[in-house]
Design a protein around this ligand. Structure first.
Ligand code: ADP
Length: 268
C-alpha cells in the first residue's frame, strides 16, 4: 500500500455509563489503514462501532485507547479534510436546492470566516452539475424525490472539496431500485473526484459492488473479523456485477462470516 492517508492503531472505545463502574466497550483491537483514493466499506451488525469509527476519524470523538492518524498526524481536533454524510436528511425545508447546498458558506461568512476569492455561486453550480441536479436548482426539498434529496446532501458534503468522504449508511432508507441508482451515481462521482471513501453499510451486496476492500466486523465489542479485497474490475456496473461468478463467490464467503455474528450484538 502507498503511504496511508488514514491509520487506526489498536483503537478501543468505551462509552461511560452514568452511575455504572464500567461503561460499554463499543469496539477494541481495531487496526487498519486506508490508502489515498481507496474505497473501503465497513460491514457488521448494528452496534459494533462502525459509526463510532467514523466519528473518531472526523475528530468528533477521541478513542479511549489507541491512535488515529490522518495524513501522518494524530486526529486531535475536528478534521477539516473529511466530509461526513449520514443517513439523516438534514435539508432545511424552507431552502431551495441551491440554498441548501450553499449553507456552509453562509454560516462561515456570518462567523466572519468568509473565504477570499471563492465564487460561491459558481461552486454551487459545479456541484449541482456533478450530482446531476440541473433543472432542480430552485426546488424545495418537499418537491424532490428521495434520490434527489440524497443528491443535494451529497453536493452539500462535496462542496467543501473534502479529501475524504465518510458515509454512514447514506442510502439505507432508499428502496432497492433507487439504492442501485445512487450507488451507480456515487461510483461516477468518485471516479471524477477521486476522494478517499469510508462507507458504512448493513448491505453486504452494496459493500461488494462499491468498495476496493471490505472490512467485516464482529458484534459488540466490534473487532475486525475479516478483510476482503474486492478484485472486481472497474468501472463497475452496480447492477450487472451482481450476476458475475466472482461477485457470488465474494458474497457467499462474506455472508457466512457475517451470519455467524447475527444475534451477538444489538440487532441486525
Ligand atoms: P454501529 O454504527 O455499528 O451501529 P455505533 O458506533 O453507533 O454502532 O455504536 C457502538 C456501540 O456503542 C453501541 O452499542 C451503542 O449503543 C454504543 N454507543 C454509541 N454511542 C454511544 C454514546 N454516545 N453513549 C453510550 N453508548 C454509545
Amino acid at each position: 500500500m502507498s503511504e496511508p492517508l488514514i491509520e487506526l492503531a489498536d483503537v478501543k472505545h468505551v462509552f461511560a455509563a452514568r452511575g455504572a463502574a464500567s461503561g460499554t466497550t463499543a469496539l477494541e483491537n481495531i487496526s487498519f489503514a486506508v490508502a489515498p483514493r481507496e474505497f473501503v466499506a465497513l460491514v457488521g451488525p448494528s452496534g459494533c462501532g462502525k459509526s463510532t469509527i467514523l466519528n473518531m476519524i472526523s475528530g468528533l470523538l477521541r478513542p479511549s485507547f489507541g491512535r488515529i492518524a490522518y495524513a501522518g498526524a494524530p486526529v486531535d481536533a475536528i478534521n477539516s479534510r473529511v466530509g461526513y454524510m449520514t443517513q439523516k436528511d438534514t435539508l432545511l425545508p424552507w431552502r431551495t436546492t441551491r440554498d441548501n447546498i450553499g449553507i456552509a458558506f453562509e454560516l462561515a461568512s456570518r462567523r466572519g470566516r468568509k473565504r477570499q476569492g471563492v465564487n460561491v455561486a459558481a461552486l454551487i453550480s459545479e456541484q449541482i452539475k456533478l450530482v446531476g441536479l440541473e433543472g432542480f436548482e430552485n426546488h424545495f426539498p418537499a418537491q424532490l424525490s428521495g434520490g434527489m434529496r440524497k443528491r443535494v446532501l451529497l453536493a452539500r458534503t462535496l462542496i467543501y472539496e473534502p479529501e475524504t468522504l465518510l458515509m454512514d449508511e447514506p442510502f439505507g432508507a432508499l428502496d432497492a431500485q433507487l439504492k442501485l441508482v445512487m450507488q451507480s451515481e456515487l461510483l461516477r462521482i468518485w471516479a471524477a473526484t477521486r476522494n478517499t471513501v469510508i462507507f458504512v453499510t448493513h448491505d453486504l451486496g452494496e459493500a461488494i459492488a462499491l468498495a476496493d476492500r471490505v472490512l467485516i466486523f464482529s458484534g459488540r465489542p466490534g473487532r475486525i473479523k475479516a478483510v476482503q479485497e474486492i478484485d472486481l474490475p472497474r468501472p463497475r456496473d452496480v447492477f450487472s456485477i451482481r450476476f458475475t461468478p466472482r461477485y457470488a463467490e465474494l458474497y457467499e464467503n462474506l455472508w457466512g462470516l457475517l451470519q455467524s455474528e447475527v444475534g451477538k450484538s444489538d440487532n441486525v
